[in-house]
Design a binder for this molecule. Structure first.
Ligand SMILES: Cc1cc2nc3c(=O)[nH]c(=O)nc-3n(C[C@H](O)[C@H](O)[C@H](O)COP(=O)(O)OP(=O)(O)OC[C@H]3O[C@@H](n4cnc5c(N)ncnc54)[C@H](O)[C@@H]3O)c2cc1C
Length: 485
């Protein structure tokens, strides 16, 4: 049940979200980097100043500090989901069943091992560069909040055991869950130790600072409109409030996340959905006293339209809910930042899971787009012509994988063959969804059905036959989206 204060809360809309506001204030609210105007050239042009683009720039300059790397961002670096996500830095051990199914045992272990390495390396990187991103690696807990979701983790905990990495994702009893965090609706669960949390905008802005110091040329407020192959280069055409610009680049890396859905080669490979967050006032004492949640674990429930939450460095609870509205035809419109109903769903999730915090105020509400691929995993690759590389499809789980993505994309841009470029997530554009308007209608119907089904399950109501069929339709069509049964 929402409180009167909850009902008065409004989505951030065009305002910066609180993570980014804090990070920018810490930097002294610097002006954006100047937009690109006129004509220039570069060895590598990166489109997108979120984690994927920035990790790629970092890696390229780590390998050769003299390289001319130009990064183009239409907003400011960290203005997209990288500066406003839930802060979960997750490995993929909880995806082991899916990875195994798609790629086989050995390759599944390789993928999960690489993302686990990224989880650790992000922390080490922050330490090395003095970036105060509040990185903590205390593991992630999945907790069932209804008998109907019990055992949702089993396929992956069993896969972990069978593949000899049982500790990477192991089942917890209800008592073990309650010892880590008390909620009247928590039941059993599972723990993934290879998981951390960050203040997401501080990580994005820290990356921007380090990349700039290392010589990356960053133009903000610069939107890439077009790419055209011209001989041995790619012409990148931009516009900004300062006018048009263009760069001739040897290699181009597209790191546009959900916005990739608006670009022709990728249009059919993504569905865009929104995810929404709310945040409490600082309550470090109550978190300890009333919830006993002192270990720093991040927590998710077992919904497909997942609730995800963690305690921030200043003792707030940041609480998110997936399964917002889908976008139409690759457009990232206002519903991704200004959807009161979706924001309230996050608030309602918080109130249901933590009724013992009824007197605690929610102070912020914001949302953003996620780039859902057909199998819920990202893909990295190179388009025909060999000069344009892409990485997207994190499906709302990109904080750690984008670090791996940066290593992969830098290697692809340099044409180097490395273990990471041989991973099975590197290669073709992901499996395609149906064309519009079917994609939008399908995503919308699925989303409504999932929310209805999972809301009912939380109240102990098993979904009827028709609703179950609707939520399972994507799986029947070969997509790895929605519940298994
Ligand atoms: C509310 C929310 C909560 C989330 N929580 C989590 C979480 O807890 N853990 C997790 O792992 N993941 C989470 N995610 C997903 C995660 O934020 C993303 O997977 C990750 O940030 C992807 O990084 P990126 O660099 O690929 O994309 P982005 O951060 O979106 O960066 C892409 C950038 O490209 C720019 N761009 C797009 N088109 C153009 C163009 N034509 N020209 C120039 N620039 C362009 C955009 O402005 C944007 O800044 C969440 C997402 C949301 C929205």
């Amino acid at each position: 049940m929402l409180t009167d204060d909850d009902l008065a809360l409004r989505p951030a809309g065009d305002e910066r979200n609180p993570w980014l506001r804090e990070a920018l204030a810490d930097e002294g609210n610097p002006p954006a980097q100047t937009p690109l105007t006129g004509s220039t050239d570069a060895e590598v042009v990166i489109v997108g100043g979120g984690y994927t683009g920035l990790w790629t720039a970092y890696r390229l300059l780590e390998l050769d500090p003299q390289r001319r790397v130009v990064l183009l961002e239409m907003d400011i670096c960290g203005g997209g989901p990288s500066g406003r996500n839930g802060g979960f830095v997750n490995a993929w051990w909880d995806e082991l069943a899916l990875l195994r199914d798609l790629f086989g045992d050995e390759r599944a272990l390789e993928c999960a091992g690489e993302v686990a390495r990224s989880v650790t390396e992000i922390g080490a990187w922050c330490e090395r560069h003095g970036i105060e991103a509040h990185y903590r690696k205390e593991g992630m807990l999945m907790a069932s909040t209804t008998p109907l979701h019990d055992g949702a983790w089993e396929l992956s905990t069993q896969a972990a055991q069978q593949l000899g990495v049982g500790e990477a994702y192991r089942e917890l009893t209800p008592a073990e869950v309650a010892k880590r965090c008390r909620s009247p609706v928590f039941r059993g669960g599972a723990l993934m130790p290879d998981a951390g949390t960050v203040q997401p905008a501080r990580l994005a802005r820290g990356l921007r600072a380090v990349c700039t110091a290392r010589g990356a040329v960053i133009h903000e407020g610069t939107r890439v409109r077009r790419l055209r192959h011209e001989g041995s280069t790619v012409r990148v055409t931009t516009d900004s409030s300062a006018g048009p610009g263009e760069i001739r680049a040897g290699q181009v890396v597209l790191a546009m996340n959900a916005w990739a859905a608006g670009w022709r080669p990728f249009r059919r490979s993504l569905v865009t959905w929104s995810s929404w967050m709310v945040r409490t006032e600082p309550i470090p004492d109550l978190v300890a006293e009333r919830l006993g949640w002192t270990g720093g674990e991040s927590i998710i429930d077992a919904r497909f339209t997942v609730h995800y939450f963690h305690v921030t460095a200043d003792g707030r609870i940041a609480f998110g809910a997936g399964g917002g509205r889908p976008g139409y035809d690759g457009r990232i419109g206002r519903s991704f930042v200004d959807d009161l109903a979706a924001g309230r769903r996050a608030a309602a999730g918080f109130r249901r899971i933590f009724p013992q915090l009824r007197d605690v105020r929610l102070t912020d509400m914001w949302g953003g787009p996620i780039d859902v691929s057909a199998d819920h995993l990202p893909r990295f690759g190179t388009l025909a012509g060999g000069r344009v590389h892409f990485g997207f499809g994190y499906s709302g789980n990109g904080v750690a994988p984008s670090h791996l993505g940066g290593r992969i994309l830098a290697a692809l841009a340099l044409g180097s063959d490395e273990p990471t470029t041989r991973l099975p997530i590197v290669g073709a554009v992901p499996r395609r969804f149906p064309p519009e308007p079917f994609r939008y209608v399908g995503a919308r119907v699925l989303r409504e059905a999932l929310v209805r089904r999972e809301d009912g399950e939380e109240e102990g109501r098993r979904a009827g036959w028709a609703l179950r069929q609707a939520t399972r339709l994507p799986r029947r069509l070969g997509y790895r989206l929605g519940p298994e049964s």
